[in-house]
Design a protein around this ligand. Structure first.
Ligand SMILES: C[S@@+](CC[C@H](N)C(=O)[O-])C[C@H]1O[C@@H](n2cnc3c(N)ncnc32)[C@H](O)[C@@H]1O
Length: 272
């Protein structure tokens, strides 16, 4: 999930035939790591991490594939634990209704099956994968926040590495729509690239120059998503605080610089 890796990636989209050629080897390795955490070893061919793995295999870097899978499962488990600890620190009960917004193909989701969890993503294949393969209820998202139909309300919504990719305008509109899907007193946690990310990723620093509080790059890990809805975003606290107050009636509960992977900032807000 590191931005440096995401920006550095330049591989072509994974084709099914490529996926079939390598799936036995990948699945065998994936099982080694998945078994350690008692989670599903399944990877979806469109998961962008799967794309990294296939690209490495095609260059004969089997050891790197092993390391990447280790990272996928270890980091997914660590991120899931961070979510659990966050819920505990917020005083949320074990049976709280939770939505993982922008779940992707379940890197974290698969480690949270003990929660009362629903997954959600803009990619229909990711929604089907979470539901059919990982056996986690899942709902679709939408390109326009106003078209999203969450169906029910949640005590806690978390979005790991989505607002770090939303352009100005959608940044605020998604805050508004997602907060509207919270029950009274519900919490939203989202992550952003902020000052720390800009200090370690030169491309982000570049778009933040001249005292800007917001910067945006067209490139991202999700090659099929149009840059008008998803790219790589960097925002400083003044921008985020204004977005929260303009777009929602939530109050800010906490802010942790580089709280995710030592890279992305963590914001927690609560609706009345
Ligand atoms: C960087 S990935 C993070 C995936 C996952 N949260 C994780 O940590 O592994 C960003 C995800 O956001 C999803 N996404 C992009 N735009 C979205 C939207 N408008 N609504 C829901 N999901 C979206 C993408 O499909 C992708 O799965």
């Amino acid at each position: 999930m590191g931005l440096v890796k995401e920006l550095g990636r330049n591989s072509t989209p994974v084709r099914s035939s490529q996926a079939f050629e390598t799936s036995d080897f990948l699945q065998a390795l994936a099982k080694v790591w998945a078994d350690r955490y008692s989670v599903s070893p399944e990877l979806h061919e469109y998961d962008h991490i799967f794309g990294h793995l296939v690209a490495r295999l095609s260059t004969g870097e089997e050891m790197k594939v092993f390391e990447a899978l280790k990272h996928y499962f270890e980091n997914g488990a660590a991120n899931a634990q961070q979510v659990r600890e966050l819920m505990t620190s917020l005083g949320l009960p074990k049976d709280a209704k939770v939505l993982e917004f922008a779940s992707g193909y379940g890197r974290v989701t698969r480690h949270l099956k003990d929660l009362n969890l629903v997954a959600c993503d803009i990619h229909p294949e990711a929604v089907s994968f979470c539901e059919d393969v990982l056996a986690v209820p899942a709902i679709p998202s939408a390109s326009a926040p106003e078209d999203w139909e969450p169906g029910e309300k949640y005590d806690f919504i978390f979005a790991i590495s989505l607002w770090s990719h939303l352009p100005d305008g959608l940044f605020q509109r998604w805050l508004s729509s997602v907060c509207a899907a919270l029950k009274p007193d519900g919490y939203l946690m989202f992550s952003t690239h902020g000052a720390h990310a800009a200090s370690v990723v030169p491309q982000l620093a570049e778009v933040l120059k001249d005292g800007q509080q917001y910067g945006y790059l067209d490139g991202s890990d999700q090659k099929d998503l149009d840059p008008s809805i998803y790219g790589s975003t960097v925002v400083l606290p003044t921008y985020v605080i204004k977005a929260i107050y303009d777009a929602t009636n939530a109050r800010i509960v906490s802010f942790k610089s580089a709280g995710w992977w030592g890279l992305q900032d963590e914001w927690i807000i609560r609706v009345p």
